[in-house]
Design a protein around this ligand. Structure first.
Ligand SMILES: [Zn+2]
Length: 345
C-alpha cells in the first residue's frame, strides 16, 4: 500500500462521503482495467490520479493515429514507436503518480487467459470493445463474487452498468445473448466522438471509486444511458431483472469463462485489422522470429512484438503471447492466410 499523502489528496478527503477512510481504501485497492482504448485510458488515468494503489492494465493492441482523438493516454510518439497500449499507458501513468503500482499486460482476454488476468481484483472495469470479453468478465465476476463495471460508447452515446454479484442484475440479466457479429454498430461502422468516451470513462471511474471505498448503497441495478448529441441523460431501473436473475448469476452457468463459447479470430474495432489467437497460449521467440521475417521486409522489433509489412498496406504484428494482428484488412480469411503464409500456423 502506498502511504496516504494527505496533502495530495486533500480535496478528495474533504469530500465527506469519501473522507480519509475512503482514501485509505483507494490506496489499498486493486483494480483490473480490461482494454486500454478510449474507455480504459480515461479509467486508468482517473483512478491513478485518485490514488488507487494497484492497477493492472490488460490490452492486446498498439496505438494508431486514428485512436488519438479519444484515447487520452497516448500521443504521437507512442504511435510512432509502436509501443503496445498497455506498456505506453504504464509509462504515462507512472509520470502522473509514481507511487501507484501499475502492471502492464500485453495480452488478449479469453477463456484460457481470464483466470490469470482477472485474479486478485477488488473491482474489474470494462474498457473492451467486444461482447465476448464482457461475457467472460461477467462469468468470472459472478463466479468469484468480484464487482465489475460494464461500459460502452459508440457514436455520441454511452452506457454504464455496475454489477455487484449476488446483489444486483448482471450483464446477462440485461443482455441474455451477446449480439451476433456484424449486427451491432461498432466504432468502425458508426464512428465515435471523444466526449462520449470521456463521459462513459468518467462514470465508470466514479463507480469504481464507490466500490473500492465500500460505499455500495444505491450502486447497481441502474443502467446509465447518455446521448451527448441529443442531450439525453437517464437511468433505467433494473430491479425487476435482478429479482428474476439469470442462468449465470442465479444458476452458476459460466459458458464463456469455461470456453464453451469462444471465438478465435476477431476484427478489431476502430481499425482495419484482424486478430488471430492461437489455439494454445504459447510464448513466442520474438528474436528468432524477427530474424526470419527480415527476409520479407523491414522488421520493427521490441520486447513486446515483432512487426513487418508483408505486402503493400498489410502489416503483420506478432506478440510475445502468440497472438497475431493483421492490419490493412478486415477479412478474417485473408488474415488467416497471411498467418499461415508467414508464420506457418
Ligand atoms: Zn444475471
Amino acid at each position: 500500500m502506498q502511504p496516504l499523502d494527505s496533502e495530495r489528496y486533500s480535496r478528495q478527503i474533504r469530500f465527506q462521503p469519501l473522507g480519509s477512510a475512503g482514501q485509505t481504501r483507494l490506496a489499498m485497492g486493486r483494480v483490473v482495467v480490461v482494454g486500454c482504448g478510449a474507455l480504459g485510458s480515461v479509467v486508468a488515468m482517473a483512478l491513478v490520479r485518485a490514488g488507487v494503489g494497484h492497477l493492472r492494465i490488460i490490452d492486446r493492441d498498439v496505438p494508431e493515429l486514428s485512436n488519438l482523438p479519444r484515447q487520452v493516454l497516448f500521443d504521437e510518439a507512442d504511435v510512432a514507436a509502436g509501443i503496445p497500449k498497455a506498456a505506453a499507458a504504464k509509462q504515462h501513468l507512472q509520470r502522473i503518480n509514481a507511487a501507484a503500482t501499475v502492471e502492464a499486460i500485453v495480452a488478449d482476454l479469453s477463456a484460457t487467459t481470464a483466470e490469470n488476468l482477472l485474479m486478485g481484483a477488488d473491482v474489474i472495469v470494462d474498457g473492451t470493445d467486444n461482447f465476448e470479453a464482457r461475457f467472460i468478465i461477467n462469468d468470472f465476476s459472478c463466479r468469484d463474487r468480484v464487482p465489475w463495471i460494464y461500459g460502452g460508447a459508440i457514436g455520441a452515446e454511452g452506457r454504464v452498468l455496475t454489477v455487484l454479484p449476488g446483489q444486483t442484475a448482471c450483464l446477462r440479466c440485461l443482455i441474455p445473448e451477446p449480439p451476433a457479429a456484424g449486427v451491432m454498430p461498432t466504432c468502425e461502422t458508426a464512428g465515435i466522438i471523444g466526449p462520449a468516451a470521456l463521459v462513459v470513462g468518467a462514470v465508470e471511474s466514479a463507480e469504481a471509486i464507490k466500490v473500492l471505498s465500500g460505499i455500495t448503497a444505491g450502486l447497481g441495478n441502474r443502467l446509465f444511458i447518455c446521448d451527448l448529441w441529443a442531450g439525453v441523460w437517464r437511468t433505467i431501473d433494473l430491479s425487476a431483472l435482478a429479482a428474476e436473475g439469470c442462468p449465470t448469476c442465479r444458476g452458476n452457468d459460466f459458458p464463456w469463462l469455461e470456453g464453451r463459447i469462444s471465438g478465435q479470430t476477431a476484427v478489431i474495432c476502430g481499425r482495419a485489422a484482424v486478430q488471430v489467437s492461437p489455439a494454445r497460449n504459447e510464448a513466442i521467440d520474438l528474436i528468432g522470429l524477427a530474424t526470419r521475417l527480415k527476409t520479407i521486409g523491414i522488421v520493427t522489433a521490441n520486447p513486446w512484438l515483432v512487426r513487418v509489412e508483408v505486402e503493400p498496406g498489410i502489416q503483420l504484428s506478432v506478440f510475445a503471447d502468440g497472438r497475431a494482428i493483421v492490419s490493412g484488412t478486415r477479412e478474417e480469411a485473408k488474415a488467416r492466410a497471411i498467418i499461415a503464409r508467414y508464420l506457418g500456423a
